[in-house]
Design a protein around this ligand. Structure first.
Ligand SMILES: O=P(O)(O)OC[C@H]1O[C@H](OP(=O)(O)OP(=O)(O)O)[C@H](O)[C@@H]1O
Ligand SMILES: Nc1ncnc2[nH]cnc12
Length: 182
């Protein structure tokens, strides 16, 4: 990740106070996806990082609905590995594993198709943003329920407190969490 790319990303992210409810400052990353060159450069940089940081190789990219779906598939294609969707409850057919979790602004349940991963898989989980860590914690638990291992959790943005420490309160010490912007 170059400083120039970081700056280009930061320049287009919008901050929306009191959305979706009072007291939350919402980081709107959608404008990134209005700029095809920026998306290309971002996906190439993520794929290059994942290759370098995981020399043993990753065998799958698991992306979180909805915003992990915006760049996860491109990264998986660049790595030449499958993209595995992790979706909100009730959206995936067939046998699924599920996890309930708390988010910055409510509860949710996420699911993964049971036959999507096996015990030999080394998975990178991707999402746009890490806030309380509830979603990421649940996603890691979900991937591990299939027997697969988590090589890395990659998020574009990590929310920090005013003192610069991470906002997340979940214990993520068993995961290699990588973020590029805070
Ligand atoms: O660290 P946490 O507190 O768990 O929050 C982070 C999650 O919240 C957002 O998704 P959201 O659940 O709002 O769903 P969306 O992507 O469908 O909008 C974001 O894209 C992360 O997945
Ligand atoms: N503050 C925030 N901005 C954008 N997405 C989020 N997901 C959870 N918290 C968020």
């Amino acid at each position: 990740m170059t400083d120039a790319l970081k700056l280009r990303l930061k320049n287009v992210i919008k901050f929306v106070p009191d959305f979706p409810k009072a007291g939350i400052c919402f980081w709107d990353i959608m404008p990134i996806f209005r700029d095809p060159k920026l998306v290309t450069d971002l996906c190439n940089a993520i794929a290059a990082h994942l290759k370098e940081a995981n020399p043993g190789g990753v065998t799958a990219v698991a992306g979180l609905e909805a915003r992990g779906f915006l760049f996860g598939p491109q990264v998986a294609v660049l790595l030449g590995v499958p993209f595995i969707p992790i979706r909100k409850k009730g959206k995936l057919p067939g046998k699924v594993v599920e996890e309930r979790y708390q988010k910055e602004y409510g509860f949710d349940v996420i699911e993964l198709q049971e036959d999507a991963l096996t015990a030999t898989d080394k998975v990178v989980i991707v999402d746009d943003l890490l806030a309380t860590g509830g979603t990421l914690r649940a996603a890691v638990n979900l991937v591990r329920k299939t027997g697969a291992s988590v090589a890395e959790a990659f998020v574009i943005v990590q929310l920090n407190k005013e003192d610069g420490s991470p906002l997340y309160s979940e214990d993520l010490s068993d995961i290699n969490v990588v973020h590029w912007i805070n």
